[in-house]
Design a protein around this ligand. Structure first.
Ligand SMILES: C[S@@+](CC[C@H](N)C(=O)[O-])C[C@H]1O[C@@H](n2cnc3c(N)ncnc32)[C@H](O)[C@@H]1O
Length: 336
């Protein structure tokens, strides 16, 4: 009996060891699920995903195929939470039934996080180096009333970026007149006449209304010096109102960067924290189109966490590594 008992224990041990080994091999060969797979599993009627994409393209002209898939799926999962349904068919219906439904979708699809003077060191660089150099005529592009310095803020969200650009240009102008020994007396009319103009665009109409209103919370101004806030904003009960003169320098327009005609003849294009959600192919197309929109020897700024696709290096030269500021290379397209 004792012998039998010993034999049984040893067989059990062998079996359990074999089982553990087999199990371990199995689990190490089984790939862990990707985030995309997990999101897809949490949704009912996955066959409606391509239908949603086609609906957005065909009914509303929105080409979501140009957004990276993991990004798109994460936004779908957010929409499902907002609408309180995991059923893609219901989400499809919500988008399909009205333009409002589409705008709800677009609002969730596009991320609008922004603030005044986002990435502070960039703004110091623009005011103290780039704008000052341009105002001094160092690049042969000294702006005049007939030939103003033209800036395009592409993907401007609720307006903090284009208004920051306008304020920094005015600040650079003040420095320039001071440095050149002809300090100006500053008046609102003087600012109005300064030779620069800003076009600010975004795909999202709703966010552009907020931008046009120009009323902001204290939080979004956390990077602004108190003097800047005093000079360019008026504090009211509902928030900080941007000065009407600064507002006048910015023209907002709705524009989808995946399509349509781009505005042209710019000295500076800023497209920050926008392309990060686009596919690499779309990024290549977009940067080439920015190149087309810029005048020779002018500049482009992209976000701190964004990179130019390698193929685009032939179009732009990096001039300020830490701030992701580029200069448009000037060559005829057939050539080098
Ligand atoms: C995170 S915000 C960036 C705002 C600002 N540039 C900044 O860096 O603070 C991204 C903006 O890009 C816009 N956007 C996303 N896809 C777009 C597209 N296809 N065309 C134009 N704008 C788009 C969004 O609506 C959103 O307002």
């Amino acid at each position: 009996m004792r012998k039998m008992g010993k034999l049984k224990v040893s067989i059990d041990r062998k079996i359990s060891k074999a089982w553990i080994m087999a199990h371990e091999t199995q689990s190490s060969t089984q790939k862990p699920k990707t985030v995309n797979e997990k999101i897809m599993e949490s949704l009912q009627h996955p066959e409606y995903l391509p239908k949603i994409k086609a609906l957005l393209r065909d009914k509303y002209g929105l080409d979501v195929f140009q957004y990276r898939l993991p990004y798109f799926l994460r936004r779908i999962s957010m929409i499902s939470k907002k609408l309180n349904t995991t059923n893609l068919f219901e989400i499809y219906n919500h988008i399909q039934k009205s333009h409002e439904g589409y705008l709800d979708f677009l609002n969730t699809l596009t991320i609008h996080v922004t603030e005044f003077f986002r990435d502070k060191s960039l703004w110091d660089y623009l005011r103290d180096e780039l704008f000052l150099k341009i105002l001094g005529g160092a690049t042969g592009q000294q702006p005049t009333r007939q030939n103003p310095y033209r800036i395009w803020s592409a993907g401007c969200s609720s307006g903090q970026e284009p208004y920051s650009l306008a304020i920094m240009f005015v600040e650079a102008y003040k420095k320039y007149t001071y440095k050149s020994g002809r300090p100006m007396t500053w008046s609102l009319n003087r600012i109005k006449a300064l030779p620069f103009q800003i076009i600010a665009s975004d795909i999202n109409d709703r966010i552009l209304l907020t931008a046009q209103e120009g009323i902001y919370s204290e939080k979004t101004l956390k990077n602004a010096d108190p003097r800047i806030i005093r000079e360019y904003f008026t504090k009211e009960e509902d928030g900080y109102h941007i000065s009407p003169i600064i507002k006048e320098k910015v023209t907002f327009k709705q524009l989808d960067l995946f399509k349509g005609k781009f505005p042209v003849k710019f000295h500076l294009v800023t497209c920050r924290n926008v392309v990060i959600y686009f596919t690499k192919d779309q990024q290549r197309i977009l940067f080439k189109r920015f190149w087309d929109s810029l005048l020779p020897k002018t500049n482009m700024v992209i976000g701190k966490s964004e990179l130019l696709p390698i193929e685009i290096n032939k179009y732009f030269k990096l001039i300020k590594l830490s701030e992701h500021v580029y200069e448009r290379k000037d060559f005829d397209e057939k050539g080098k």
